[in-house]
Design a protein around this ligand. Structure first.
Ligand SMILES: [Zn+2]
Ligand SMILES: [Zn+2]
Length: 450
């Protein structure tokens, strides 16, 4: 007749204890998937108690066997009940052998200490949630794997899990913050064996739209190409090609307020230094590394940034984001963009020719080789970009305003000049003139919604 399940559990537990010293946590953990709403330590203690009762019951009939089992439970099982029972039977105090749990080496006893250490580190940060990551010495993990194979553990949990779960629960009780496995603000990394506790602060992401209201500011901080940022005569010791950038004007106040270590600026495309960015603005994300403060009032943050940027740059609609937004921004090149460009022509052009230009450049695919002006930093490729619509308005006999709605990534200046035939078709070629862009503004950047 097959053994009852209860008996299987009990006899397997006894087999384990005969061979290895196991604390309540580590014995109970081998049956972790059985019975909900209880902790491994309780499971382990309960099993040991049942084993102690069973061994005690053997004393009247099989005294030697009963004593042997009680001895195992008292030493390898660290069981106080077994110890007391045994003392009563043999009528003398037990010698206490110094044993250590084979699997955790007694580390569960130190949990409270680990929790205190982690709390101390967490203290200086603002966060919504966290997760605990456990680092284990390889030999400990291997030992556990071999143990599980030896006893064919089917319902067990691993050591790493139990440490992480237990410490997470205690930290959660102390801090009032929930554990979040998917997108935690903070990761507490803890090695119960070396007792090293570190914390890893995940970045804070703030997204919004910026408008660049003046020309002559690059989007990104531009390191001096002459001195590589060390500071030289050419850059007046600043290490930069331009004193200010959209990136710096926006990021500086954010870094200060969040008390982070540094920031990264991500935007969906960029306008040229001499182009403005108007309309509803260009989407951007500022990523703050290791922020101490996260509980920000974004409305007042926006006001602070705008005051700092003194009318050169303005931010709108700030909101909290996550790193998926950065990925979306970066591949949003396919988004539509609306440009306004003032074009100077080297001869007078009729209204009829302008309508012809509109027709020739609407609903058309432009083939564009990498512009010569950026060839030094971009690969020489041919891109195909679509223009949805072009509207042209005459300002003076030799000057027109064009509004171009196109796929992101089209180089507008080259669309005007033709870049010596590297962009086809182009305005110069269609009108048989020499066309030159004077002013360029980005009016809208439309992100593709996913
Ligand atoms: Zn243990
Ligand atoms: Zn320099």
């Amino acid at each position: 007749m097959p053994k009852l399940f209860q008996e299987q559990i009990i006899s397997k537990a006894m087999e384990m204890l005969e061979k290895y010293p196991l604390c309540d946590h580590c014995l109970g953990r081998q049956f972790a998937l059985l019975g909900h709403g209880t902790e491994n330590a309780e499971r382990g203690a309960a099993i040991k108690l049942v084993l102690t009762l069973g061994a005690h019951a053997l004393i009247p009939t099989e005294k030697r066997k009963g004593i042997k089992l009680l001895k195992i439970l008292a030493s390898n099982g660290f069981s106080e009940n077994a110890k007391e029972t045994l003392c009563k039977i043999i009528k003398k105090p037990l010698k206490e052998p110094l044993k250590m749990c084979y699997l955790c080496e007694g580390r569960f006893k130190k949990i409270q200490e680990f929790v205190e250490k982690a709390l101390k580190k967490l203290n200086s940060y603002e966060y919504h949630n966290f997760v605990v990551g456990i680092e284990l010495p390889i030999e400990i993990e291997e030992r556990e794997d071999e143990f599980k194979a030896e006893f064919q553990i089917k319902y067990g949990e691993n050591l790493r899990n139990e440490f992480g779960r237990t410490i997470g629960k205690k930290l959660s009780e102390k801090t009032g913050k929930p554990v979040n496995y998917k997108t935690p603000d903070i990761v507490v990394l803890l090695n119960p064996f070396t007792e090293r506790v570190r914390i890893q602060i995940n970045p804070l992401y703030i997204m919004g739209y910026y408008r660049k209201l003046v020309r002559g500011i690059p989007q990104a901080k531009w390191i001096c190409t002459h001195c590589q940022g060390k500071g030289c005569q050419k850059c007046g010791g600043t290490g930069k090609m331009y004193l200010e950038s959209v990136e710096e004007l926006i990021s500086e106040p954010i870094l200060e307020i969040t008390q982070g270590v540094k920031t990264a600026f991500h935007a969906s495309g960029r306008e040229d230094v001499d182009a403005r960015m108007l309309g509803t603005g260009r989407p951007f994300v500022v990523e703050v590394r290791s922020p101490k403060k996260r509980f920000l009032n974004l409305k007042s943050l926006g006001q602070t940034i705008n005051a700092h940027a003194k009318g050169k740059v303005e931010v709108l609609s700030l909101k909290f984001a996550d790193k998926t937004v950065v990925r979306r921004l970066k591949k949003a090149e396919a988004a539509q963009k609306l440009y306004r460009v003032i074009v100077e022509l080297d001869k007078e052009i009729s209204e009829k020719e302008l309508r012809f230009l509109e027709r020739k450049l609407s609903h058309v695919t432009i083939r564009q080789k990498t512009p010569r002006r950026v060839l030094h930093r971009r690969a020489d490729l041919t891109r195909e970009k679509y223009i949805y619509k072009v509207e042209v308005r005459k300002l003076t006999p030799k000057m027109v305003e064009m509004r171009i709605l196109c796929q992101g990534g089209l180089y507008i200046k080259e669309l005007i000049t033709g870049d010596e035939g590297r962009t086809i078709p182009n305005v110069s070629q269609i009108l048989s003139v020499k066309a030159k862009p004077l002013e360029l503004d980005v009016l809208e950047v439309m992100l593709k919604e996913e």
